[in-house]
Ligand binder design. Structure first.
Ligand code: NAP
Length: 244
């Protein structure tokens, strides 16, 4: 059967690595991005270099109608989407009292609302076909608290609740829902922390290093594969032992 995956936020970082790893595993991939068109095209090029088909679709995952249109476009180009990886996300540090309504609402709309939007868009077909797989990207900060990360941590804890609840609801339709909780992964997202803090975080990690986007891509590819066919509702932490 033809396998088509939609990966949100796949132009850079973890999402790009997921798209490439899925292509290696035989998936055709729709690459979503919001801003960096050239980077998204380069990710698509990497997918095609592995012999798989790729589509590139711009959409703000926080916008439900844009996401519905993205899924229509992906399905026109590649065929029915049978795997969604909800990876697009934003992060930033602020003390709780400095979090504005605008920041709070945007974090929720992108990190949690984005996953809801893509799932809503692909679900009717998955339910009618009684098949499908959803992998959400949470974070260790959704598992434990983090100073100056309240808004972000709340969205990532929400992703875990979304994963577990949907797994229970969609199991009878043979749709598996899991999530990966990455530790500190060396991407653009964490560069704002500065090299000293990143060295500290690597030092606090039992395996003694930051994660790579590929570390997360491998976990996602496993959960998406038939090897995980009896696994649903789970949080797979890939963090070098940071949270044990
Ligand atoms: P990143 O390097 O900042 O890349 C973010 C990606 O998301 C980009 O492709 C970006 O597209 C896309 N994006 C951002 N907002 C979007 C929106 N509204 N609609 C569609 N796409 C959007 O981030 P990353 O480190 O790879 O993180 C990926 C995911 O892993 C996020 O959910 C993040 O919370 C999670 N995570 C990361 C870490 C870490 O340490 N890096 C740890 C735990 C969890 P453009 O290129 O077009 O801007």
């Amino acid at each position: 059967m033809k396998q088509v995956a939609l990966v949100t936020g796949a132009s850079r970082g973890i999402g790009r690595a997921i798209a490439v790893e899925l292509a290696r595993e035989g998936w055709d991939v729709c690459i979503n991005y919001i801003q960096h068109h050239q980077a998204a095209e380069e990710a698509a090029h990497a997918v095609r270099a592995l012999g798989r088909r790729a589509a590139v679709v711009q959409a703000d995952v926080a916008d439900g109608s844009a996401v519905a249109e993205m899924v229509r476009e992906a399905e026109r180009d590649l065929g029915p989407v049978s795997l969604v990886v909800n990876n697009a996300g934003i992060a930033g540090q602020a003390q709780f009292q400095d979090i504005t309504d605008e920041m709070w609402n945007r974090y929720l709309a992108v990190n949690l609302g984005g996953a809801r939007n893509t799932i809503k868009a692909v679900l009717p077909r998955m339910i009618s076909e009684k098949a499908g797989c959803i992998v959400n990207i949470s974070s260790i900060w959704g598992l434990r608290g983090a100073s100056c990360e309240v808004a972000y941590a709340c969205t990532k804890a929400g992703i875990i609740a979304l994963t577990r609840s949907l797994a229970a609801e969609l199991g009878p339709s043979q749709i598996r829902v899991n999530c990966v909780a990455p530790g500190v992964i060396n991407t653009d997202m964490v560069q704002v922390l500065g090299q000293e803090t990143l060295r500290d975080l690597a030092g606090q990690t039992p395996l003694g290093r930051l994660g790579t986007p590929e570390d997360i891509a491998h976990a996602v590819a496993f959960l998406a594969s038939d090897k995980a066919s009896f696994i649903t509702g789970q949080v797979l932490t890939a963090d070098g032992g940071f949270v044990v």
